[in-house]
Design a protein around this ligand. Sequence first.
Ligand SMILES: Nc1ncnc2c1ncn2[C@@H]1O[C@H](COP(=O)(O)OP(=O)(O)O)[C@@H](O)[C@H]1O
Ligand SMILES: [Mg+2]
Length: 351
Amino acid sequence: MNKKRICILFGGVSSEYEVSCNSAASIVENISRDAFDICLVGITKEGKWFLYSGDIASMRDYTWVDDPGNIPAVISPDRSVHGLMVMGDEPKTIYIDCVFPVLHGKNGEDGTMQGLLEISGIPYVGCGVLASSVCMDKVFTTMILDRTGIAHVRWRSFLASDELDYEKLSGELEEYLGYPMFVKPANAGSSVGITKVHNASELRPAFELAFSNDSKIIVEQAAVGKELECAGFGNGIPFISRVAEIIPKHEFYDYDAKYIDASVTVLPADIPESLSEKMRETAAKAYVALNCRGFSRIDFLWDEKSDTLYLNEVNTIPGFTAISMYPQCMQDSGMSYSDLITNLINLAMEE
Ligand SMILES: Nc1ncnc2c1ncn2[C@@H]1O[C@H](COP(=O)(O)OP(=O)(O)O)[C@@H](O)[C@H]1O
Ligand SMILES: [Mg+2]
């Protein structure tokens, strides 16, 4: 069998750079070497691209950027190249069969990289341009969900250019959403820039923090109950995994709760069968409505008092270390981490 050459993109100009390096390291460790040859392209936080041939440990401790073997290399938008342009002492091109963009957040999960990959003509793992950019933007995601009849908590959005009178606004938001409320950048990820606002005095700093991450923000009513997630897999109507519950170690699932003080996950979640069925049906509906392809993790909030299930967000390149939620959900469904990687590449190549 002739092996396919897979290019794994990692790092990136994103607040989720570190998560990406760790996801990619796990993939390199577990991808089937019988089926694939790999070539690694790291993107630094400043946006420099390198063909990387060092070890996995240096990806995990982020020292890969200083590897003396790094050679500047980029994906060519020229379809006749169908791969990389390597700009070392002897410039050359490398043919690539498929790209796995293991990039989280801005400049990777948001449709921009997918745009380059479309132009390059190289198949790539995961969602296309439109689904990626819509799912990255919490306001646009919510608008599509509204039209699809999928519930989202009450929300309002604001632009940095809006003239805001915080005193007046605080009263209006209190009436419409009530405290506590969540203030988030429309485009970010890993909980960066998000504040749980408990009272009027916390509102302005929360807006300022969110605006320092994006020129558009969303303010949401808080759901109090359970945080539930499931994995979607496939092109077209997806396979949806069983439901997992996250029990954050902090007041909410903030950056440290995600990556530093490992929160607890319960799989399958201890919830009634009817709720789990409703969530899986809704997840499939959202996956299709948002035009997802390949894979996505669909996150929900269940409000206990009103017994309402709200879709929170869809992550088109979910955390992907061997112990991350998405691979865990698929493993629970009988697909090993290594087979998952193979199957995602096959889904990309079949398109
Ligand atoms: N409306 C809400 N009600 C309750 N908790 C929320 C709400 N919005 C966000 N959270 C909490 O904040 C975390 C991060 O918010 P999320 O919208 O998932 O942003 P990110 O894209 O950064 O993951 C969630 O995992 C959850 O713990
Ligand atoms: Mg989230």
